[in-house]
Write a protein that binds this ligand. Structure first.
Ligand SMILES: Nc1ncnc2c1ncn2[C@@H]1O[C@H](COP(=O)(O)OP(=O)(O)OP(=O)(O)O)[C@@H](O)[C@H]1O
Ligand SMILES: [Mg+2]
Length: 220
């Protein structure tokens, strides 16, 4: 199994409420699990814990059978990536996008050439002219495609997709969904797809769970 989550619980403050309580699920390679639920139900909490942004309060998470610990290091840090609802949070607003895109090359010691990067970005519909700009100078759809391109650069096996299309118009949404489908077909990446749009979950995902009252269940 690519991702296994067992008995995951989270409270943000020591004596605060449990936001999620003893949640368990598994996601295989090439599969997409959708978690949908109301605002504030804890969807992003689950995604962000899996992506190593916050520690869990209790529970166990495994990637390819290896227990994940907080913070993620080495292999796990590379294998698990996240896309956010607001793609602008993924980029430093003061850096030109070319410099943000160079970061993973440096961090993960990948061979970099400007031409190589431009060729790579073509399938994401991003071109050299975009790279000279700042994040605020791209549309939401362009920025999300670039965020996806950056996440895929290091060839992760698992992506957390935290409402990656909910801020986008229908065309940009369709482009992202199309790219995600193609990437999954080619690379057998596993996805956790977080959304409050049940219809979209049903179209896009292999299985679907409702998050309500801090626990997961099969939707009616
Ligand atoms: N960093 C944090 N510190 C304290 N409480 C938090 C933090 N992040 C989220 N919460 C609380 O945890 C609960 C779940 O929030 P979360 O963001 O996971 O919900 P969500 O399902 O993603 O909602 P939305 O659909 O609005 O994105 C909320 O009550 C929220 O206020
Ligand atoms: Mg959220």
């Amino acid at each position: 199994m690519l991702i296994e989550v067992q008995g995951l619980s989270k409270r943000y403050r020591p004596r605060g409420p449990l936001v999620v309580e003893e949640i368990s699920f598994a996601i295989d390679r090439g599969e997409t699990l959708a978690i949908f639920g109301d605002s504030g139900s804890g969807k992003s909490t689950i995604g962000q814990i899996l992506a190593g942004i916050y520690p869990a309060t209790a529970g166990e998470m495994r990637l390819d059978g290896q227990t994940l610990s907080y913070p993620l290091r080495g292999h796990a840090r590379r294998q698990i990536q996240i896309l956010f609802q607001h793609p602008e949070v993924a980029f430093n607003p003061r850096l030109r996008l070319i410099d943000s895109m160079r970061e993973p090359y440096r961090l993960f010691r990948l061979p970099y050439t400007r031409q190589g990067l431009c060729d790579y970005l073509e399938r994401y519909g991003i071109y050299e002219e975009h790279l000279g700009r700042f994040p605020a100078e791209l549309s939401g759809g362009e920025l999300q495609r670039l965020a996806l391109a950056r996440a895929m650069l290091i060839e992760p096996s698992f992506l957390v997709l935290d409402e990656p299309t909910s801020m986008l118009d229908v065309i940009s949404q369709a482009q992202i969904i199309h790219l995600l489908r193609e990437i999954q077909k080619e690379r057998q990446v596993g996805y956790l797809f977080i959304s409050h749009d049940r219809a979209l979950c049903e179209r896009f995902c292999t299985s679907i769970r409702l998050l309500e009252g801090g626990t997961l269940r099969e939707p009616m």
